[in-house]
Design a protein around this ligand. Structure first.
Ligand code: SF4
Ligand code: SF4
Ligand code: SF4
Length: 303
């Protein structure tokens, strides 16, 4: 190991140890990695009773993120609904279709992406601070900090972060970034902008909750009495309305407590009285970080 590498390794180990020790403290959220600010938090209300399953949102998302995509007309193919899909490294968002309890009605289409949790488990789980929560509610991920440990994937209650398993060298974690770059330019998220039936409403999270309640008041019988995401795991930036129980639309049944609270409690229990796992965790982080940099260096040499 070169002098530089050894110094970097010790520095990384120290950082990782500090991070873990921080997790083992009584603090409740990932301070320094963004906090939930109700006044500034934006969100999207998804009305699944309006969505027509056209998948324009999938196309717009890929286009906005320079990802390969078939032409828009190919998205008219509805055979895709024969299989359930999850967001992955090829697509930050997907739409799935479910049977309608009311058999005389059209099936129900549900767009899936990162929920941008108010108190995100992925942020808390990441030992190197690669995830952060922005003031506008977006949860974003910094490729340059990621060591590929995939703790975020384990921690996420919605199973959102995806991993580029097919890439041998420096695979990335991928997920919806709430179109942060577009929002910074005053633009709407690409999926919201393209939706032809306004199934997606972008706005302040607090206002969207009022919009959802007003819809339920104006159209009794159209919606179940539940705004999914208002309270689940401490609340999420993306929220949903539906005409039937969310469990029938593959939404996980979750408690109101933020998921990080749960994972941190476990970590407190494990780490508060037992030092070796902390050192091991830190060491693991350091080794992964070094491996990542070694791969980058060898990639650069090959160029
Ligand atoms: S673009 Fe709108 S209507 Fe079409 S699938 Fe997406 S959310 Fe539904
Ligand atoms: S849905 Fe998962 S990936 Fe998205 S913010 Fe919440 S915990 Fe993080
Ligand atoms: S907010 Fe942006 S990144 Fe997220 S699903 Fe919509 S288009 Fe994709």
């Amino acid at each position: 190991m070169s002098k530089q590498s050894r110094r970097d390794f010790l520095k990384t180990t120290a950082i990782a140890t500090t991070a873990i020790t921080g997790l083992a403290s009584k603090k409740t959220k990932a301070e320094g990695r963004g906090v939930y600010l109700p006044d500034k938090a934006m969100g999207v209300l998804v009305d699944t009773t309006v969505c027509i399953g056209c998948r324009r949102c999938e196309w717009a998302c890929k286009t906005a993120h320079d990802m390969p995509t078939p032409p828009l007309e190919n998205y008219d193919d509805r055979t895709v609904y024969e299989n359930m899909r999850r967001p992955d490294y090829t697509s930050y968002t997907v739409v799935n279709e479910y049977e309608n309890d009311d058999t005389g009605k059209f099936p129900i289409d549900v767009k899936v992406q990162c929920m941008h949790c108010n108190q995100p488990a992925c942020v808390s789980a990441c030992i190197v601070g690669a995830f952060s929560k922005l003031e506008n509610g977006a949860v974003v991920w910094d490729e340059s900090k990621c060591i590929g440990c995939r703790y975020c994937m384990v921690a996420c209650p919605f199973q959102i972060p995806a991993f580029e398993y097919q890439k041998a060298i420096q695979p990335r974690i991928t997920k919806c970034d709430f179109c942060s770059a577009r929002q910074a330019e005053g633009k709407l998220p690409a999926c919201v902008e393209i939706c032809p039936v306004e199934a997606l409403t972008f706005g302040k999270r607090e206002d969207l909750i009022q919009v959802a309640k007003e819809k339920m008041r104006l159209y009794p019988g159209r919606y179940v009495d539940h705004i999914y995401g208002e309270f689940e795991v401490g609340g999420t930036s993306w929220m949903y309305l539906a005409s039937q129980d969310f469990s029938k639309l593959a939404f996980p049944k979750l408690q109101r407590d933020p998921a990080p609270g749960v994972s941190e409690s476990i970590q407190h229990g494990l780490f508060a009285y037992f030092v070796p796992p902390i050192a091991l965790y830190a060491l693991l982080g350091g080794v992964m970080w070094l491996n990542k940099n070694k791969k980058s260096e060898s990639e650069e040499e090959q160029l």
